[in-house]
Design a binder for this molecule. Structure first.
Ligand SMILES: [Zn+2]
Length: 448
């Protein structure tokens, strides 16, 4: 009798109080040749597709009908206007509130250019501009369709969470600083953790696997000029091959100052993809060690102003005459935005939190966030299983911390030019980002 009761209570506890659905759309450019974005050194559009690119959506719904949708996109980054257009469509078509829609970019450097992200990398003629505008519209429609597919296919699921590890990310700033001065002993923070969310159907089969890693998706460097998803694309493919019927979604975490090592050889992209997929499989192979997730969904989205150091119109009137073509283009871009009346003193920075149950949260930060943020945010909430993604909802520039702003270099300074931003952030941006995270976490009831 005791045994029967025990079994009854176990099966009751296992009953799904969550539903989930997935949607997948290809986002490979239809109009080849097409310019790829990420490297200034490329001098021609790509004619070849080595690997298809995808937008994938994972929709979640709790017992009360609250919903969240996580979308992962094999793309360098998306601008805020595109995120807003997608969020508007999704709200109009499906009633999903913007704060419940999270859009994450894999940051592949072998995917299509999406204006006006990294605008200064290119000098497009009108025809190229029209072509990229058509691609942006295509991307908008495909992402909206992926979300629609996911919401239309909700089914009862069990969710669980675990973490693996993959070793191929290195701190690229440390690598550079050491190359310049072997005695430098630079800070070399990395985060090798591989968070894995397992979404299981009622029959025990896998519906979806959401996993992430904090490392630039740049195994393939500028001389490789064909469409591909880089290591993240190969990792998703590997996980799907190993689990037929599953949808594998990759989240880019805080990999702003992290590079895969080694890199710059084509065969290394599938190799790193396999390494990452093995880490995911290792977690999936031990379901008993995963933490079951259940309970309500909550979401919050905040915007924080991140100020730049002071600049004037005269600075850019002068920079317009610079010999460096990128400085020149940045100056023209900034002056054009000033003419339109845009606010160039700060960026409006999105910080999102999706909460699931008592102890799990997904933090989504805009921009190319350096790894220290991911580590520090997780450390600030020791009782909660937190996944901290960068490259979410808007990729407007790098998000360095105070130390990196002081050290200078690419992530603090030079990269701002390619993004068409007016200059460096002030050192207080670190406090502002952390403050916005704290507030968004409190919005969903996570208080430290
Ligand atoms: Zn980057």
């Amino acid at each position: 009798m005791t045994l029967v009761l025990l079994l009854a209570s176990v099966s009751c506890a296992r009953r799904a109080d969550m539903r989930a659905g997935v949607g997948t759309e290809t986002i490979t450019p239809q109009e080849m040749p097409f310019w790829l974005s990420g490297y200034a050194a490329r001098t021609a559009p790509a004619s070849e597709v080595r690997q298809q690119l995808f937008a994938k959506a994972l929709a979640l719904e709790d017992a009360q009908g609250a919903r969240s949708v996580i979308v992962t996109i094999d793309i360098i980054g998306i601008p805020r206007v595109l995120r807003n257009a997608i969020a508007d469509d999704v709200e109009r078509l499906h009633g999903l509130k913007p704060e419940a829609l999270l859009l994450n970019c894999s940051h592949t450097h072998s995917g299509p250019a999406v204006r006006e992200n990294l605008e200064v990398l290119f000098s497009f003629d009108d025809e190229e501009k029209a072509k990229t505008a058509r691609y942006r519209e295509f991307l908008r429609q495909r992402v909206v369709a992926a979300v629609g597919g996911a919401l239309a296919s909700l089914e009862p699921v069990n969710l669980s969470y675990g973490e693996g590890s993959a070793p191929f990310a290195i701190n690229r700033r440390a690598q550079r600083l050491e190359a310049e001065d072997p005695s430098a002993n630079p800070v070399r923070t990395v985060d090798h953790s591989v968070p894995v969310l397992r979404v299981e159907r009622q029959d025990g089969g896998l519906l979806a696997v959401l996993f992430g890693y904090a490392c630039h998706n740049t195994t393939l460097t500028a001389e490789f000029n064909a469409v591909a998803g880089d290591y993240a694309g190969y990792a998703q493919q590997e996980v799907q091959n190993a689990n037929p019927g599953v949808t594998a979604l990759f989240l880019m975490l805080c990999g702003g100052d992290q590079n895969p090592f080694p890199r710059s050889k084509e065969e290394l992209a599938p190799q790193h993809g396999q390494t990452l997929a093995r880490a995911v499989q290792e977690v999936l192979s031990k379901p008993g060690e995963l933490e079951a997730l259940s309970g309500g969904l909550r979401s919050a989205l905040r915007f924080e102003r991140l100020p730049f150091e002071t600049h004037t119109r005269a600075d850019f009137e002068q920079e317009r005459n610079n010999e460096n073509v990128y400085r020149k283009r940045r100056a023209e871009w900034v002056l054009g935005r000033m003419d339109k009346g845009d606010d160039l003193n700060a960026v409006e920075y999105p910080v999102q939190v999706l909460r699931l149950g008592e102890r799990f949260g997904l933090v989504g930060l805009g921009g190319e966030v350096v790894v220290d943020y991911g580590l520090n945010i997780k450390q600030a909430y020791p009782g909660i299983r937190l996944v901290v993604a960068g490259y979410t909802n808007d990729v407007m520039c790098y998000i360095p911390n105070r130390r990196i702003l002081k050290e200078g270099g690419y992530e603090a300074d030079d990269s701002m030019m390619y993004y068409g931003q007016p200059g460096k952030f002030i050192p207080e941006v670190e406090d502002k980002v952390m403050g916005a995270v704290k507030a968004a976490m409190a919005d969903v009831g996570f208080v430290r």
